[in-house]
Design a protein around this ligand. Structure first.
Ligand code: ZN
Length: 429
């Protein structure tokens, strides 16, 4: 059984913070298929369209019949553990700092045999006794992104065990908020408040909650949030460079996870409104707000990404499924989210060398005041908050919460041009 994670000791401010060394990250183009699936929380392997063989490692052609017709398909990942080995030495800097490290060889029921990082609960008792029973152990293989953002395979016990998420190796792959210090940029919205509650339940150490407009505070529900023990309200206006810089100066050296949920959302296309003021306000928070925040807080996060079990680890952006394709009734909002999406890809590339994960959420319409006229299904703020914490725990990169987002994503992948036409005609359905 995994020992539950204990609250880490206070850091000695005089000691140097360890530098991040990334695990090996080179992959061939074809192997990135594994990473693309893992980024959304799936374990996929290539399956041959001609002979049905499942193969690993990824290749250009089927290892059995040499057909080039290979499709990535989700795998149950069940298999048998053939052997284990524990490294006490490594020439790789990332692993050298994290030894001992246990690996396993797994024969999947689907065919291939593969090398996995082994969760500490896999046959822990059998391994301790060094008995002959190890070979018969059942394991479930899953894919996760490592600190370099590349897919790696992990062997889990085939049944849930206590404190599984606290496993030392697994915590290197994920961004569990437990005992971490989190900034939520907007606590005035229903989504922001739901996120804060979810983080407190998940065991976050401190949750700083930004609020831009003091005078609107009454009746917003933010006072209920402020009463929670780990919560500290901080003034933060993403449209004001000085406000962002001041906050970064105050808490930048302590934040482990940034959740940027601040957004301006008005329901207009182009012709329904004169002038650019509203579109500018959307851009100022949704796009420039992210830029200001990333410029001020990004460097501080990158400097502490190897800082023990509660290292800085993740940056979460609340985007929108409208970022993929413009939804004309919310035309200018869609454009601002599309800009933010593009910028978040830049942020992801710049954060990757430090091992900080950038997580993007693409929800469908959220059940809030700006979507009052939208028919259901809509994503409830609590469901969105749960999706954010789950994404942190699972270590994924892209999340599409809700039925609308899922369907829209499917259609966008299938054919973006067809989706554009469907949206121009008034939406899905
Ligand atoms: Zn084949």
């Amino acid at each position: 059984m995994t020992m539950p994670l204990m609250r880490p000791e206070r850091k000695n401010p005089v000691r140097r913070t360890r530098q991040m060394n990334l695990p090996p990250w080179g992959r061939s183009r074809v192997a990135l298929g594994l990473t693309a699936a893992a980024a959304e929380g799936r374990f996929e392997l290539q399956v041959c369209d001609d002979c049905g063989a499942v193969q690993y490692p990824p290749r250009e052609a089927c290892h059995r019949c040499v057909s080039p017709r290979l499709t990535w398909r989700a795998q149950p990942g069940l298999g048998r553990l053939l052997a284990t080995t524990t490294l006490h030495h490594s020439n790789d800097l990332f692993f050298r700092e994290r030894l001992p490290w246990t690996l396993g060889l797994v024969h999947l029921d689907a065919g291939p045999t593969l090398m996995v990082h082994l969760h500490g609960d896999v046959g822990a008792s059998a391994r301790r006794s060094r008995g002959p029973g190890t070979a018969a152990l059942r394991v479930r293989v899953g894919a996760r992104l490592d600190r370099a953002g590349q897919a790696v395979l992990i062997g889990f016990p085939d049944e849930e065990t206590a404190n599984m998420a606290d496993d030392k190796m697994l915590r290197e792959m994920t961004s569990d908020p437990r005992f971490r210090k989190v900034l939520v940029t907007d606590g005035m919205s229903a989504v922001g408040q739901a996120v804060v509650r979810e983080l407190v339940t998940a065991g976050a150490d401190i949750v700083w909650v930004g609020h831009a407009e003091q005078w609107k505070r009454h009746g917003s529900g933010i006072d209920d949030i402020a009463a929670l023990a780990p919560v500290t309200l901080v003034p933060l206006d993403l449209s004001d460079a000085r406000s962002v810089a001041e906050l970064a100066g105050e808490i930048g050296a302590k934040v482990d996870i940034v959740i940027n949920n601040a957004e301006v959302h008005r329901t207009f296309g182009i012709a329904a409104r004169r002038g650019t003021d509203v579109a500018r306000a959307e851009m100022d928070i949704n796009y420039f707000g992210l830029l200001r925040l990333a410029q001020e807080l990004g460097p501080a996060l990158k400097g502490r990404s190897a800082d023990g079990v509660t290292s800085a680890c993740a940056w979460v952006n609340l985007l929108s499924i409208y970022a993929l394709a413009n939804f004309p009734p919310h035309g200018t909002f869609s454009a601002s989210k599309s800009a933010a999406h593009s910028l978040s890809q830049c942020l992801r590339a710049e954060m990757r060398p430090a091992g900080i994960r950038v997580i993007n959420l693409f929800p469908g319409p959220i059940d809030d005041e700006w979507n009052q006229n939208m028919p259901p299904p809509k994503v409830a703020p609590v469901a969105l908050a749960a999706a954010i914490v789950k994404a942190l725990r699972d270590g994924v990169e892209d999340v599409y919460p809700g039925d609308v987002a899922q369907e829209w994503l499917e259609r966008w992948r299938d054919n973006p041009k067809v989706l554009e036409r469907e949206l121009a005609a008034g939406g899905l359905g």
